[in-house]
Design a protein around this ligand. Structure first.
Ligand code: 3Y8
Ligand code: NAP
Length: 249
């Protein structure tokens, strides 16, 4: 009897959850518990860490999980590494549902950097108006560049901020080009800092920056060990079908 675990938190994970629920396949959707009110799902949801790869392996065994689909964000590298280790040790099927990285296009003014630390270093220099659109978890790193006027976009209202000059916008994507362009014009943005998340949910700010001729510090996604990588829900359903799940389609 198939029993899936979807490691979620992205647009693609939500699309997959919808399809799996419609097919009536037994599955659980997992959130890390990063935000106050994560989006509801058409599947049973669990929230919070598993306790490392060992905790995930125990969860897989205790709940009779037969397949894990890692549909987490490309920057959720620790979760993805743990999923690989736990699925090897328990012998259950693992596939990642991921999305291609964004590629530089004509008109883009990107400065690619390998990680958040390099993005902080790239902001050395005189005061600028910086749209820091990378969420909450890495804000502390930018305290090394306090000279800037920051525009922060966060999912939840923050308690304290590590940056002296910051305006906060509380908003959950997916975002629109019109909305991001108006936000950047209103703020007088001179540089955007972005993760190379891929997908559609966070791309709007890049299109707006291109139209406005604003440079972008683009953080490359972390490298991950080899694993089966799929790029659509259809491919996941095909993978499930070929690994013994009767989808009845
Ligand atoms: C908790 C689950 C959907 C899925 C929505 C996608 C799209 C909108 C774009 C900007 C960039 C950012 C951030 C972002 C996007 C989608 C998708 C995506 C970027 C939710 C969600 C959870 C999170 C966690 C959150 C992080 C933060 C990152 C904000 C749900 C809404 C910046 C990544 O405050 C915090 O602690 C936020 C933490 C991890 C990165 C960071 O370092 O702070 N996502 N985002 C998941 C969990 O608990 O397991 O509530 O729906 C999901 C989504 N965020 O269709 O509704 O699929 O990528 N999320 C980035 O890409 O740069 C915003 O502002 O332009
Ligand atoms: P991370 O750094 O790779 O993970 C750190 C720890 O958080 C993991 O080891 C695990 O804890 C727990 N965790 C992460 N994702 C989980 C999930 N889906 N279910 C249960 N536990 C999870 O991950 P992150 O970057 O903090 O991302 C957290 C969540 O936000 C993920 O669902 C991700 O898809 C979503 N998200 C992240 C970003 C981003 O920019 N990072 C953007 C959009 C959405 P244990 O070791 O205790 O098991």
């Amino acid at each position: 009897m198939p029993n899936l675990l979807i490691l979620g938190g992205t647009t693609e994970a939500n699309t997959l959850a919808r399809s799996i629920a419609d097919l009536g396949v037994s599955a659980t959707y997992s959130y890390a518990g990063r935000v106050d009110t994560p989006r509801s799902q058409p599947l049973p949801v669990r929230v919070g860490g598993f306790g490392g790869a060992e905790g995930l392996a125990r969860y897989i065994q205790d709940h009779g999980i037969t397949h894990v689909i890692d549909a987490t964000h490309p920057f959720a590298a620790q979760m993805s590494r743990n999923a690989i280790d736990a699925c090897v040790s328990t012998g259950v099927h693992l596939a990642a549902l991921t999305r291609p990285a964004w590629a530089h296009q004509d008109g883009d003014r990107w400065q690619r950097v390998p990680d958040v630390t390099a993005a902080v270093d790239a902001l050395a220099g005189p005061t600028q108006r910086v749209f820091l659109a990378i969420g909450r978890m890495h804000l502390d790193d930018f305290a090394d560049q306090p000279q800037h006027r920051y525009l922060l976009r966060l999912v939840d209202e923050p308690e304290a901020l590590p940056l002296p000059n910051a305006d906060v916008v509380v908003a959950r994507g997916p975002f629109t080009v019109e909305g991001d362009r108006a936000l950047m014009e209103r703020h007088g943005t001179q540089v955007v800092v972005s993760k190379n998340a891929g997908g559609k949910g966070a791309r709007a700010k890049l299109v707006a920056a291109r139209a406005l001729g604003i440079p972008v510090v683009m953080i490359d996604r972390p490298a991950l060990p080899l694993r089966t990588e799929l790029s659509s829900v259809a491919q996941v359903l095909d993978w499930l079908d070929h690994s013994g799940v009767n989808l009845g389609v």
